[in-house]
Structures are given as C-alpha cells and as structure tokens.
Design a protein. Structure first.
Length: 210
C-alpha cells in the first residue's frame, strides 16, 4: 500500500435487489352494467294495468246489455202470441221447433200500439243451441215494457230469448285480460332471472385478480 493511498474498499453492503421492469400489482376489472335495468319492471305492471282497465271498462260499457241478456225467455204459439218483457233497442232471438219452417213476418202488440218488426240474422253466430229448437231470426225491440209477439209462416211453439252476444264479448275480453296477465307474469320472471344472473356476473367480475 503506498503512502497516502486509500485503503481498498470491501464488497458493497448487501441491499435490496435492483428493481427490474415494473411488476403488475392488483388489477380491478371494470364494473359491469346490470341489464336489463330496473326500469324494465314497469313492463309487467303496465301489462297488468292495461288488462284490468281494459276489461273493467268494457264491462262497465256493456253492463246494461248484460242485464238485458240475462232477462227471461218465453215460449208460446206464434199465432196466439208470445208474451215478452222487452227493452227498446235491444235484440231478441227467435227459435222455432226443429224441422219447422222459419217465420216470414212478425209483429209486436203492446196495448193500443202494434207494428211489424224486421227479421234479420244479426248476431246469429252467438245464438245458443236449444233442445228441440233451432235459431231462425233476430228482431230489435221497438219499445220497453210488456208486449206480445205474433209470427206468420211457422207452426208449433216458438221460443224467444234476449240476444246474449254480450256474454261472448265479455268472454273474449276476459280471455284477453288473462292472456295479458300471463304475459306480465312471464315478463316478470324473465326480468328477475336475467337481472339476478347479471348481478352475479358483475359481482364475480369486480373481484381483484393478480
């Protein structure tokens, strides 16, 4: 060792190894959006409201018709006349004995009033099957109250009933309302299942990984 020279240095003290390229730390997956959104719950509610409001609105509108349709039937001789309880403006079905001819003319007598009624086939599709009778015509009542119907062109007793087509309309409306209710229930199940699955997937995706 020369005078004035520095003593040789020993090995450097041990320390943490040098940092290499940046090592990744914990990473977070972006949060997934839950679909369908909660707003979709309005769909089954709207369907139920449409079904209920539609049915009860139609029921209220046809209430008077249903009351007339539930009125009594009457049978009797077409020549002597059939006593009826009538409501002006509403239809009535005329039935004749099976195998008998159809009447070609009918009239209503009520006290001092009398007049012919026009025979049509209106709402014939809803005429009910009657034992030993067949549907033949429809007429509209010209007055409200008691009257006597006489017909020409047929033999044997005839049967007169209120036109109950309104019951068919209400039946169709009820089926439509039940269909919408079933669709609403199905939509609710689908929305709940899909949202539950989406929430599980979102929770799994939000767990950090290395």
């Amino acid at each position: 060792m020369w005078p004035g020279s520095n003593p040789p240095m020993g090995p450097p003290p041990a320390g943490p190894p040098p940092m290499g390229p940046g090592q990744p730390g914990p990473q977070w997956a972006p949060q997934r959006r839950v679909t369908p959104g909660a707003g979709w719950y309005a769909l089954p509610i709207v369907l139920l409201l449409v079904a209920a409001i539609g049915f009860f609105t139609l029921f209220a509108f046809l209430w008077d018709d249903s009351q007339v349709a539930d009125g009594p039937s009457a049978a009797g001789d077409p020549v002597a006349g059939v006593s009826l309880s009538l409501t002006e403006g509403y239809g009535y079905f005329v039935y004749v004995r099976t195998g008998r001819s159809s009447p070609y003319a009918c009239r209503i007598e009520a006290g001092e009033r009398s007049g012919s009624v026009r025979l049509t086939r209106q709402n014939s599709w809803s005429a009910s099957d009657r034992r030993d009778y067949r549907y033949t015509a429809t007429f509209t009542a010209p007055l409200t109250g008691s009257g006597r119907l006489t017909c020409r062109g047929t033999e044997g007793p005839i049967l007169v009933t209120p036109d109950d087509t309104v019951h068919g309309y209400l039946g169709f409306a009820l089926l439509a309302a039940l269909g919408l209710g079933g669709l609403a229930a199905l939509a609710l199940v689908v929305i709940v299942v899909r949202r539950s699955g989406a929430k599980r997937r979102a929770a799994t995706a939000s767990v950090p990984y290395h």
